[in-house]
Write a protein that binds this ligand. Structure first.
Ligand code: UTP
Length: 230
């Protein structure tokens, strides 16, 4: 069964560069899950390096398309680091379009992508990959350990949801957008709408809890948030 992992770039690269130690741990979990019969599509984000690059280009007068273009190249670089960490388990090249990913997913245990086109994010890419390869389960791995009713970084009493349906998630993503302009919700609104149209069960877990990650892949209870039809 195919599962898509959306791996936040901030887990792959930090201010200190690529976190190879962390990627080795991810490899451990993926290898274990492949042995259980799972196959994976992985979409890797841009993280700190992408944000830094885009900000630098903006100050030089580059437009948003050009900033996205540069950020996408960094997601590809991060995706390459993930492939290297996975040893022989993954198709050895970063895949840059969904049609190719669909073909390659048939014959490989793991296919790895980064970004695709300007104007979207790797959240949306991960859902499109899930649709393309027929995955019905997606695990979003980031620095945030679930979906909250308000920003947990700002509100210490923010409440984490164990479970939401698609429409509740879309509602929260929209509210968050209007309330906190300029700040990112954990999953972008287009990605939220796409999981709803295809009924893709989506698990939001902290990348720092490998136990939660493994449980999410196995479809077991975890400390993050599960979004599905209730
Ligand atoms: P993400 O924002 O998806 O990476 O892509 P991330 O690091 O997982 O996310 P955060 O910031 O930690 O939450 C990084 C940037 O790459 C460009 C966008 O500029 C995006 O902000 N991008 C990514 C695209 O333009 N198109 C894509 O398909 C993917």
């Amino acid at each position: 069964m195919h599962i898509v992992l959306s791996l936040g770039g901030s887990l792959v690269n930090t201010e200190n560069g690529t976190d190879t130690e962390y990627l080795a741990k991810i490899n451990g979990i993926i290898s274990k899950c492949i042995a259980k019969g799972n196959k994976f599509g992985i979409v890797v984000g841009g993280g700190f390096a992408a944000r830094k690059k885009a900000n630098k280009l903006r100050t030089k007068g580059k437009n948003e398309f050009e900033c996205d273009e540069a950020a996408i190249k960094i997601t590809w670089k991060n995706a390459k680091s993930v492939i290297a960490a996975l040893g022989g388990s993954a198709y050895p090249k970063v895949i840059k379009d969904f049609y190719k990913a669909r073909k390659l997913a048939m014959h490989n245990n793991v296919v790895v992508m980064g970004g695709t086109i300007p104007g979207i994010t790797t959240d949306t890419d991960s859902v499109l990959l899930a649709e393309a390869i027929g995955a019905k389960q997606l695990v979003n791995i980031s620095n945030t350990d679930g979906i909250y009713d308000s920003d947990p970084r700002k509100n210490p009493t923010a409440k984490k949801f164990d479970r939401l349906d698609y429409h509740q998630l879309i509602h929260i993503a929209c509210e968050y957008d209007t309330r906190k302009a300029g700040e990112n919700f954990v999953f972008d609104i287009l990605a939220c709408k796409l999981i709803a149209r295809s009924k893709i069960e989506t698990h939001f877990v902290s990348g720092h809890s490998l136990n939660d990650l493994e449980n999410a892949i196995d479809g077991k209870a975890h400390n993050g948030t599960i979004v599905k039809e209730i």
